[in-house]
Design a protein around this ligand. Structure first.
Ligand code: NDP
Length: 313
């Protein structure tokens, strides 16, 4: 482990690894810390069909392994560890890893991504690991020939429901509005899948079960005069309602938007602090795709390289 680096990359999703590929090829000798979830969110997805260069598709895990190998091939030092604190008040910047090692960095590229959201029901905590999950790919296996529910109406929810329908006997898709927000192709897949039943205008208010989740309490048309209580029997409850950016440790130094995404100076990856750049979902409220994250990682590495050469560092 080096205590002084020219380029420190935090996070190991497509943004972090692409930044690493560019930074190492530019001789910045980057060090990349993988964070809590090595490979990032793509390791929890199934088939990636829209990343250019893979005409047959590729699994998220394989794609991330390839990106890692490519970064290492040019000399990126990939280490396990999580950034737990930062001090961007003076130069060089300081980043604490796993609450103990402080690394000084001339440039920092933040690509810490985002984390799945939960509804905030006490029952989600009560049944954590006992039927509640935010990752169908990770946990779907446990629900073969069972009944599950997925909450959400976006692309993630449709993707998770479709994936789970390949394992479970029945999948409820619980959607709070009367329409899906997902892209047309994903909507079509869900609508045409006989194993998936969409419950439009339903909200989940609780879960029940003696030994793990056995069902969910729903309310149809909640708050309306014809509101109706509905209970469904399920074995698994999957959340797919969006993500929160992982920016807690940066909030004392970096400008964030009202949701917590890092503000960058478009079209660059510059934050409000010199020498600190952000890339990927942590700074992207709009696109949140693997390929756009990768593009942002490229920009961040180029911005870091230019900053270092301008400063003569
Ligand atoms: P989105 O923000 O697009 O959708 C979130 C969904 O969850 C919405 O239907 C929303 O409902 C619902 N929701 C949010 N909060 C609650 C709540 N408290 N209770 C009930 N429902 C709730 O998130 P996604 O993760 O689906 O997608 C994020 C981005 O990633 C999108 O741009 C998407 O296109 C992209 N993506 C692309 C994929 C692909 O191309 N293969 C796969 C997965 C994601 P409402 O509509 O009412 O707000």
């Amino acid at each position: 482990m080096r205590n002084k680096v020219r380029c420190l990359i935090i996070g190991s999703g497509p943004a972090g690894y692409t930044a690493a590929i560019y930074a190492s090829r530019a001789n910045l000798e980057p060090v990349l810390y993988e964070g809590l979830q090595p490979g990032g969110q793509l390791t929890t997805t199934t088939e990636v069909e829209n990343f250019p260069g893979y005409p047959e598709g590729i699994t998220g895990t394989e794609l991330m392994e390839d990106l890692k190998k490519q970064a290492q091939r040019y000399g990126t030092e990939v280490l396990s560890g999580r950034a737990t604190a930062v001090d961007f008040s003076s130069h060089p910047h300081k980043v604490t890893i796993d609450n103990e090692n402080v690394i000084e960095a001339d440039t920092v590229i933040i690509s810490t991504g985002a984390t799945a959201k939960y509804l905030g029901l006490p029952d989600e905590t009560k049944y954590a690991g006992q039927g509640v999950s935010a990752c169908a790919t990770c946990d779907g296996f446990f629900y073969r020939k069972k009944t599950v529910a997925v909450v959400g109406g976006g692309d993630t929810a449709c993707e998770e429901a479709t994936y789970l329908s390949g394992l479970a006997d029945k999948v409820y898709l619980i959607v709070r509005k009367d329409y899906l927000r997902a892209s047309q192709i994903m909507q079509d897949r869900v609508m045409n899948n006989p194993k998936i039943e969409i419950l439009f205008e339903h909200n989940t208010v609780g879960l029940f079960g003696e030994n793990g989740v056995e069902g969910a309490h729903l309310v149809k048309r909640m708050g309306e005069s014809d509101e109706e209580k509905v209970d469904i029997a399920i074995d698994g409850f999957f959340l797919a309602i969006g993500h929160t950016p992982n920016t807690d440790i940066f909030k004392d130094f970096l400008e964030l938007d009202e949701v917590g995404y890092i503000k960058i100076q478009d079209p660059t990856s510059k934050t409000n602090i010199e020498g600190v750049f952000a890339a990927g979902d942590v700074a992207d409220t709009h696109y949140r795709q693997a390929i756009t994250a990768a593009g942002m990682g490229c920009r961040a590495a180029m911005d870091a390289e230019r900053y270092l050469s301008e400063k003569g560092l």
